[in-house]
Design a protein around this ligand. Structure first.
Ligand SMILES: Cc1ncc(COP(=O)(O)O)c(C=O)c1O
Length: 457
């Protein structure tokens, strides 16, 4: 049952967005739900965005919103970043794509292989989904084993393998092994080859590796659980995964499609842990579609035409000069000092929000590192894995809905499930204003939080 507060906020939202409402009515006649990406929709209808500039997006009714989604973590410089726009205009005049090797592709490959210790070689594709799909295939072609270990509730894109346990088994006993959860349309036979383990639990990973001796081809994991709640690895967890993979003859893929922005070499490099293969996407396309996979040269050789395991990875638009140009320019403008500044800004915002929530008496755990912030309504002290975060989401959705609607009314564009993603046009003044506005939102929802149970499993 939606709360009275939610209904009031919704009325205010509807009042300020009549043109988006009308557009939604027209769009849903030709597109199911009015939009291709299910994630960007919400009730009663999403705003229709006409344009973006820096840290803001603008809707059809002329309202401005601070954009804390940044196209799901992909816009490191916010919207219409001048140097990327200029470079794209110049490339546009030379053509958008050719069936041939190009200089922009080489430039981005060289930049990333120089910058990221784990990348000896790299190939490009059009999305993170494809990147993970190719990386898993390369691992299995290389060691000719069949099982894949994946993190329960993690997100590695939408390929069949990656969707096993994208959702979680809500009934699971604490500490127990996750049961398989399948997306409709993924065959049971295929899902049997994917074994889910909980994030931040190396003992569970070891149990599985022992249960399938010498049969696990690859462990695929995000070093920081992104979509499942910006959950950082516990100290030593990534190293433990590396050691377990080595001890049991499995390869290790770090999916840094999201977490790469946290340091020049990615999150795992910060901890000095190297995977065998790594996947990238989001910010390395500078706002255009992209994916990349790379790592050890001896594995990447599987993609050579003369190799016995010859894998064909093509893709009509893979490595296209528009995405490569935008990506290279975006990354050149994101050197380590700028990464550090943005990470510090995220820490400031996280800390400010935490203090505001404490002051309002809201039971909430803030997660994430640097420019990623997640919030989770729970009386637990910590959120360590996808079960923790998805349970609070499922149980207390009405709270998340209220915050989301209140934020829209105040001019903040946020993911419904409780995240803030920063971009470089943001500064301390904006972070502090955000804290002040969210202090008001927390005060508004405080009465609803009184219903949260004292103990949650
Ligand atoms: C960690 C991770 N891997 C892969 C993907 C898939 O990327 P794409 O949406 O570009 O297919 C995502 C998307 O959010 C992601 O978060």
């Amino acid at each position: 049952m939606p709360s009275r507060l939610y209904e009031e906020l919704k009325r205010e939202y509807i009042k300020k967005t009549p043109k988006s409402a009308a557009h939604y009515e027209a769009a849903r006649r030709v597109i199911p739900g009015g939009e291709s990406r299910v994630l960007v929709t919400y009730a009663p209808y999403a705003i229709t965005v006409t344009h973006g500039a820096g840290s803001k997006v603008f809707d059809l009714d002329g309202n401005a919103y601070v954009d804390y989604i940044n196209n799901y973590m992909s816009l490191i410089h916010g919207h219409a970043f001048g140097p990327v726009s200029d470079a794209l205009k110049s490339q546009l005049d030379k053509g958008t794509v050719y069936a041939a090797p190009t200089l922009p592709q080489y430039d981005l490959a060289k930049f990333l292989t120089d910058r990221v210790p784990a990348l000896e070689q790299i190939k490009f594709c059009n999305s993170g989904t494809e990147a993970v799909m190719y990386a898993i295939r390369a691992a299995r072609a290389y060691n000719r084993k069949k099982y894949v270990i994946r993190i329960d509730g993690g997100y590695n894109g939408a390929s069949d393998f990656a969707t096993v346990n994208m959702g979680i088994d809500m009934q699971r006993a604490p500490g127990g092994l996750p049961a398989r959860v399948l997306e409709p349309g993924v065959p049971e036979e295929l899902a049997q080859l994917v074994i889910p383990v909980a994030f931040n639990d190396s003992a569970q990973m070891e149990t599985i590796l022992k249960q399938y001796p010498g049969e696990v081809s690859v462990i695929v994991m995000e070093p920081m659980l992104g979509s499942a709640g910006f959950i950082l690895p516990k100290p030593g967890y990534l190293r433990a995964a590396r050691n377990l993979a080595d001890r049991h003859g499995a390869l290790l893929i770090f999916d840094e499609v999201v977490s790469y922005r946290l340091s020049e070499g990615g999150l795992a490099a910060q901890e000095g842990v190297e995977p065998d293969l790594m996947t990238l996407g989001k910010i390395i396309g500078g706002g255009l579609p992209v994916g990349a996979y790379g790592g050890r040269e001896d594995i990447m050789k599987c993609f050579l035409p003369a190799h016995s395991a010859m894998l064909s990875a093509s893709g009509t638009f893979s490595g296209n000069p528009m995405s490569m140009t935008a990506g290279a320019v975006a990354l050149h403008h994101y050197p380590q000092p700028e990464i550090d500044r943005l990470n510090r800004l995220g820490d400031r915002l996280r800390q400010g929000l935490r203090q505001a929530a404490e002051k309002a008496g809201i039971p909430v755990v803030f997660t994430g590192g640097g420019s990623f912030i997640g919030y989770h309504f729970t009386r637990k002290k910590q959120v360590e894995n996808a079960t923790d975060s998805m349970r609070t989401l499922a149980r207390h959705m009405s709270l998340y809905d209220c915050v989301h609607m209140a934020a829209l009314v105040k001019g903040y564009y946020l993911m419904k499930k409780g995240r803030f993603i920063l971009s470089t046009p943001m500064d301390e003044a904006l972070a502090d204003k955000t804290v002040a506005d969210f202090a008001e939102i927390f005060a508004l929802i405080k009465p609803l939080c009184d219903d949260l149970p004292e103990e949650e499993d």
